[in-house]
Design a protein around this ligand. Structure first.
Ligand code: ATP
Length: 236
C-alpha cells in the first residue's frame, strides 16, 4: 500500500512547524525520516495518522485522500502508528494491551489469534510475559508491546516514532531487526529515528527534514555517503 505526503503544512496554534513535507512510502518500502531535534518529524507522523490537523497539503493512502479522515478510520484503512513514548496502558497486562490494538479491526477471533501468534513469533519475550502488567516491563519490552499492538490492527504501512529512545544498543538492535522482519512481510515502514546511521542502513529510501521542510532525499546508502548528512547527523 502506497503512502504519499504532498506538501504537508501544520501548526501548533500560530506557530507553524511543518512548511512543506513531501515524501512517499512505496508499497513494502522501508523509509527513514531523519532530522535534528524539533525539525518536525513527530509532528509529521502525527499529521499522517490524524492526531494533528493539517493546515495545507494532502495525504494519500493507495491513491485515496485520507487528509480529513478520522484517526480510527485511517487505522482501518491500513495505517498503523507506534507513537513516541510507547503510550501503553501501564495497569493492563501485555496481552490486554495487544488485544486493544485489534479493537479497531472487525476481524474474527481466529484472525486475532493468528495475528497474536505472529506478534509472539516476532517477540518471543512477550509470549513469556503476556500476563505481566505493562507498567512493570523494561523499556525494551514496552517498545515491543507498542510495536506488537500496532501490528494487531494488521497495518499495511507502519509509522514508527523513535523506537530506540532510552534503549541499550543491544535492545535497539532487537527492535530494528523486528522492524526489518515486519517490512519483509510486506508492510511499508516510515521510521523516525535519532539513531541516524542504523536507520539509514535499514532504509531503502530516506528523507532529511529541516525546519519543517524536506531538504534532501535518496537511498539510505546514498545519504550515508552524503558529506552533508555525515557532517550534520553522523558526526564524522
Ligand atoms: P524530536 O526529535 O526532538 O522529537 P521532532 O523533529 O520530532 O523533534 P516535533 O516534535 O515534531 O519535532 O516538533 C516540531 C516543533 O513543534 C518543535 O519546535 C516543537 O517545540 C514544536 N511542538 C511540538 N509539539 C508541540 C505542542 N504540543 N505545542 C506547541 N509546540 C509543539
Amino acid at each position: 500500500m502506497k503512502l504519499e505526503l504532498r506538501s504537508l503544512q501544520a501548526a501548533y496554534g500560530k506557530v507553524q512547524v511543518l512548511w512543506d513535507v513531501s515524501l512517499s512510502v512505496e508499497e513494502g518500502q522501508f523509509v527513514a525520516l531523519i532530522g535534528a531535534n524539533g525539525a518536525g518529524k513527530t509532528t509529521t507522523l502525527r499529521a499522517v495518522s490524524g492526531l494533528m490537523p493539517l493546515k495545507g497539503g494532502r495525504i494519500l493512502l493507495q491513491g485515496q485522500d485520507i487528509s480529513r479522515m478520522p484517526s480510527a478510520q485511517r487505522v482501518q484503512q491500513g495505517l498503523g502508528h507506534v507513537p513516541e513514548g510507547r503510550q501503553l496502558f501501564p495497569g493492563m497486562t501485555v496481552l490486554e494491551n495487544l488485544e486493544l490494538g485489534a479493537q479497531v479491526r472487525t476481524a474474527s477471533w481466529q484472525v486475532k489469534d493468528q495475528t497474536l501468534g505472529t506478534v509472539f513469533d516476532l517477540f518471543p519475550r512477550l509470549a513469556e510475559r503476556q500476563g505481566q502488567l505493562s507498567g512493570t516491563l523494561s523499556g525494551g519490552e514496552q517498545q515491543m508491546v507498542a510495536i506488537g499492538r500496532a501490528m494487531m490492527a494488521l497495518p499495511r504501512v507502519l509509522l514508527v516514532d523513535e523506537p530506540s529512545l532510552g534503549l541499550s544498543p543491544l535492545l535497539t538492535g532487537v527492535v530494528f531487526k523486528a522492524l526489518k522482519e515486519i517490512n519483509k512481510q510486506g508492510v511499508g515502514v516510515l521510521l523516525v529515528e535519532q539513531n541516524v546511521r542504523q536507520s539509514l542502513q535499514l532504509a531503502d529510501q530516506a528523507y532529511v527534514l529541516e525546519n519543517g521542510q524536506v531538504v534532501r532525499e535518496g537511498s539510505g546508502q546514498a545519504l550515508l555517503e552524503d558529506p552533508e548528512v555525515q557532517r550534520a547527523y553522523l558526526a564524522f
